[in-house]
Design a protein around this ligand. Structure first.
Ligand SMILES: Nc1ncnc2c1ncn2[C@@H]1O[C@H](COP(=O)(O)OP(=O)(O)OP(=O)(O)O)[C@@H](O)[C@H]1O
Length: 247
């Protein structure tokens, strides 16, 4: 498996290049000669029906699954945040944030990352004392502390209540704009994809079946007619609603 893009990541350069990627389970190809490119600094959302292989693709890109065919080029600096925060309950929040970092990372390093998600005041807390939204932000800080060129987000807002989800989305949008890293966000939520992404990909039958650029100004207005049009188009691609009759 080819994994690393060497050298500096520069604007407009592809940070992810996937070709003919196949991943099978029990003889069934969940990813089937899939191709994907993500450019430096680009925010890409990946939509698809449950079980279509989104998380499998993310795990491959994260380097957590190497039992594949095809070629996968990803930056060395990449980090992933999952739907469940996966914090170690026996370590304080700040220690969770720097867990696995090389060298002897300091508390200050963790606090800087926590401050980016507004959680520096909970650095010394135990994970069990965090709310769901706070735990998710701690998980995001743990990804950010790795200074990723590619941030992989696997339904990070899925388990949050509606209000917390809105704040968490805004926070991710701010982090992305500030950091300028590429983001690949797996989501079930068409609106979320359109609010955040430069490009929305629809996965189906183990490949990227549809690609939708989102050329709308930010922050995006869910009430704008252009937004509604894109939403309707993506829902149709997903087979959720029938195409509108132009008559
Ligand atoms: N370790 C595994 N062993 C066997 N089958 C697996 C394994 N991991 C995933 N699969 C199968 O691969 C398919 C894709 O799973 P994956 O989790 O990637 O889907 P998904 O699109 O992320 O779904 P969801 O949106 O529900 O999270 C599913 O049919 C799943 O059962």
């Amino acid at each position: 498996m080819a994994t690393d893009v060497h050298g500096e990541v520069t604007a407009d350069r592809a940070v992810v290049e996937v070709n003919a990627l196949t991943r099978s389970f029990d003889g069934r190809a969940v990813l089937d000669e899939l191709a994907l490119t993500v450019r430096s600094g680009e925010f890409v959302a990946l939509l698809g029906r449950s079980g279509c292989g989104k998380s499998t693709l993310l795990r491959v890109l994260a380097g957590l699954d190497r039992d594949i065919e095809g070629s996968v080029l990803v930056p060395r600096r990449r980090a992933v945040a999952f739907q469940t925060p996966r914090l170690m309950p026996w370590k304080r929040v700040w220690r969770n944030v720097v867990l696995g970092l090389p060298g002897r990372p300091t508390r200050e390093t963790a606090v800087r990352a926590l401050a980016e998600v507004g959680l520096e005041h909970r650095a010394h807390a135990w994970p069990k004392t965090l709310s769901g939204g706070e735990a998710q932000r701690a998980s995001l800080a743990r990804a950010l502390v790795r200074e990723p060129d590619l941030l992989l987000l696997d339904e990070p807002f899925g388990a949050l209540d509606a209000l917390t989800r809105i704040t968490a989305r805004q926070q991710v949008a701010e982090v992305w704009q500030r950091r300028g890293c590429a983001v690949l966000l797996v989501t079930h939520d068409v609106e979320e994809a359109l609010l955040l992404a430069d490009r929305v990909l629809v996965m189906q039958d183990g490949v990227i079946a549809h690609e939708q650029p989102v050329d709308l100004p930010r922050p995006r207005d869910v009430g704008a007619p252009e937004f509604s049009l894109l939403r309707a188009g993506l829902l149709t691609e997903l087979g959720v609603v029938a195409p509108q009759d132009p008559c």
